[in-house]
Structure formats: C-alpha cells, structure tokens
Design a protein around this ligand. Sequence first.
Ligand SMILES: Nc1nc2c(c(=O)[nH]1)N[C@H]1C(S)=C(S)[C@@H](COP(=O)(O)O)O[C@H]1N2
Ligand SMILES: [Mo]
Length: 330
Amino acid sequence: MSKKTFQSGIPSSEITPEALYINRRNFMKIAGISGAAALLAACGVQPNQSSSQGPQGTGTPARRDTQPVTSIPAAIKDELGNPANSYETITHFNNYYEFSQGKEDVAALAEKFVDSPWQVEVSGLVQKPKTFGMDELLKFVQQERVYRLRCVEGWSLVIPWMGFPLAALLKEVEPQGSARYVRFTTANLPDQMPGLRDGLFPWPYTEGLRLDEALNDLTLLATGLYGKPLPNQDGAPIRLVTPWKYGFKSAKALVKIELVADQPATFWSTIAPDEYGFYANVNPDVPHPRWSQSTERRIGEISRRKTLLFNGYAEQVGQLYTDLDLRKNY
Ligand SMILES: Nc1nc2c(c(=O)[nH]1)N[C@H]1C(S)=C(S)[C@@H](COP(=O)(O)O)O[C@H]1N2
Ligand SMILES: [Mo]
C-alpha cells in the first residue's frame, strides 16, 4: 500500500488509541467526528466499557457531545497484559547515537531528518538482488505487533509497531544456500546526523542476525508505530525490530540488508566486544560486565520488574538456541 493509504487506511483497532490519546485534533480533522464515532463502533467497544487511561475532560466539545467518555476503548496491551507506553514516551525517550548520546533530546535533533526518497538495497548471497523503494516496502502487508523493547541499559518500553516480517522480504530475493547470516547497514548521512561527524565510533551503525533468527516470524521491519509512519527518532522510515534481543540489535534507518556467509562485525561488538556480543539475547541470568540484567525499569513505572528470558518470547525463539551456550554467546 502507498504511504497515503498507510496513514489513513489502517484498521480502526490500530489507530483509535493514538487518535484519542495523542493527536486527537489532527485525527478529527482527517476523519471528522462521525468518522471517529464509526471507528469506535468498528472496534466493538461496548458503551459501558470504562478506561483507565481515558483523557477525561480533554475532549473537544464537539466530540464530547457525540462520544461519552465511557466509550473510550481499553489501552493497547501486549500478550502478557502490559499496557503500551504512550506515543509521547516512545517518541521522547530514545537511543539514537547518530543524533545524540542523550535520550530526551533525540526527538528535537531528528525533527528535520529527511527520510524521503528512501531505498533499501537487499543484496549479497541472494538469487534476485533488488533495491526497494519505500513505496514497494509499504506494499508488504503491514501488521500491528505490540512488542516489549528491553534496552541493555536496564529499561524497557512496550511499543505498538506497524510493519512486516523480514522473512517476507528475504523470501522475495531468494537467499542462496551459502547464506548463513544477515548484515544490516543504516543511514550514513553526516549532513543530517550530527553524531556521525564525531570520529569516535565505527560508523555507520551496523547489526547482524543469524539467518534463522532473521527468518523467525518475530523479526519485524517496522515502518510505523501507533498506526502512524515511523517517527524520525524511532528510526524512520524503516528499522529492524528483534524483541527478544537487547534494543541495540534493532537497528534504525536501514539502507542495506545483505545476506552473507560469515558472522558480521557489528557497531557495538566492535566498540566493546566484552560487553556487547553478537547474540545479545535478553537473559536475566547473564549479567552485563558492569551491571546485573536480572531486573529492568519499565518507563513510567516506579519499581523494577523481573527481566524475562528472551524478553518473554522463549516460546517463539527458544528453539533457535538449544545448541548454544548462552553464557559464552552473550
Ligand atoms: N541506527 C541506530 N539504531 C539504533 C540505535 C542507534 O544508536 N542507532 N540505538 C539502539 C538502541 S541502544 C536501542 S535501546 C533502540 C531504541 O529504540 P527506540 O528509541 O525507538 O525506543 O534503538 C537501537 N537502534
Ligand atoms: Mo539500548
């Protein structure tokens, strides 16, 4: 689908919370009040359903007239029942070293990033190498995936991504039998990304996966969140998301995806190989050399929670590692 239909043609269950909680004024402009009411009805929300997150009293008068607050749908949750973090939090607490080593300043620094036109080269050990424009990438069926993101620093978020499995893209280029790993390269645009002008890091940011990890259904190419195109600070226009691995594996602003024979070097494992391994699977029992990984702080919560093996996705990915020593291959 085109970017235009992506913005306006997504299922109501995906756009409603963003529309209600974050950007209602714009949404009302696009959809109109009766349109919004229709979306709520299409969600199957029962009139008596209450919400713990509703923006009570903040509605426009017109909306309050047509939609009593009791109709606000429940918050988006992951499969474990954790509510998604707000759009505001997800877009103002970021790690993106191309822009800043801070977190809360990334949004402003990335505000003017130009992500169009954009192409992603898919090449290497494949039968049909191809460079895809964003319009072609948005033609893959876009799905909503509510995933936990656990940063190696000990904090986490729950994010409602939009995107499509990397496997769908790889299938199209037909990996050769000799392909065993996938190497990801991200944007190298020093004019637009102030962090790239400092020579301390091995730019551009690169990452890698084993081919079977890349083909796992959890592995997503994200093109949006909360039903909107991906914000610049979250990796516009397209990024990797591997939710069972520490957040640094989920490389932003992808420009190249290469199928290769050998395990590729990566940005973080090049900087500090003792601290950041190739696998980076979330594991509460394998501490970082400088801190424990047994707990994490979900942004917005006060007390820490227990970190789950594979970030809670053991059922989907545990079988990939039955022959691997997770302590050695951290
Ligand atoms: N290109 C690029 N991708 C990146 C990073 C980065 O600095 N540059 N940071 C990573 C880290 S450490 C984390 S925790 C996540 C954060 O994603 P978010 O800001 O969308 O929550 O992005 C990852 N992807
Ligand atoms: Mo991170």
